[in-house]
Design a protein around this ligand. Sequence first.
Ligand code: C2E
Ligand code: MG
Ligand code: MG
Ligand code: MG
Length: 281
Amino acid sequence: RAKMQQRTGHFYFTRCMGVEIRERVRMMHALRTGFAKGELSVVYQPQIDLTTRRPVGAEALLRWRPADGEFVSPARFIPIAEYSGLIIEIGEYVLRAACAELVRLRAAGHRDFTMSVNVSQVQFRHPVFLEMLRTALDDSGAPPAYIELEITESMAMEEPDLLIQMLADVKRTGVSIAIDDFGTGFSSLSYLQRLQIDRLKIDRAFVTEITGSARGSSIAEMVIQLGRNLGLSVVAEGVEDERQAQILQALGCPMAQGFLFARPMPPEGLYQWLSENAVGV
Ligand code: C2E
Ligand code: MG
Ligand code: MG
Ligand code: MG
């Protein structure tokens, strides 16, 4: 049966599977040609120090706008890029763009500024990842100490020993590691301690809850406390209003990002925003 599927391949796949899969196959082709045609771009969302309200870095986020349509959410096309293997090339593109942008930012005087890049687990576990990372760092001249890779908590839960080894290798390049969407998975604390990570990102869901109910802030509070105990930096994501920012600050959360401060922006927008919000540049 498997053999037959293999032989008929694409035909079998598109003809007999459901609409959802057919749509995904369509998107996969559109993504592949779109990427080749330059339809993908990278936007940057500032991260700020909650106490000073000044920018300390930015997260690089992928955007795809097909020539004939509206923006497609990364939440939709990243899984397709992962599934098709295209994420290897796309991920390299994002990393290189982010490294180049960091170099430009530093040249423009933003020298204490970190750049965070999302890394999919398919990409991270690929045998060429480490070499790709080293080459991208070398080619761009971006200082690794100012580059951070974001991996998700769900990814941290699979094959613990392999991940511990991978992280050790990646850390040797000098970049730092953040656990993205922290609090949405169920990684054990003892395991977390064995990972060479530098930062936890509180998932937006828990930031939203902060102002929701009496116990709404309990998870955010726990992550901030955990960060403090483990000596990790903490960033709250998806901060949309001033009350959330104030509660987070009161809870001792050092950093945040969200629409309250700035939306993800193309490079020109980021420079404009920085000229209005950074000090001493
Ligand atoms: P993420 O890494 O957790 O990124 C944060 C998401 O929250 C981004 O959505 C950002 O635009 C959005 N966001 C930031 N502040 C706010 C806010 O105040 N309110 C709300 N409602 N949303 C806010 P985006 O850009 O659509 O990306 C979604 C996800 O797609 C990312 O979640 C990440 O998992 C993935 N992604 C994006 N770019 C890349 C990439 O270059 N590589 C990989 N592997 N994944 C990526
Ligand atoms: Mg992220
Ligand atoms: Mg996140
Ligand atoms: Mg998130």
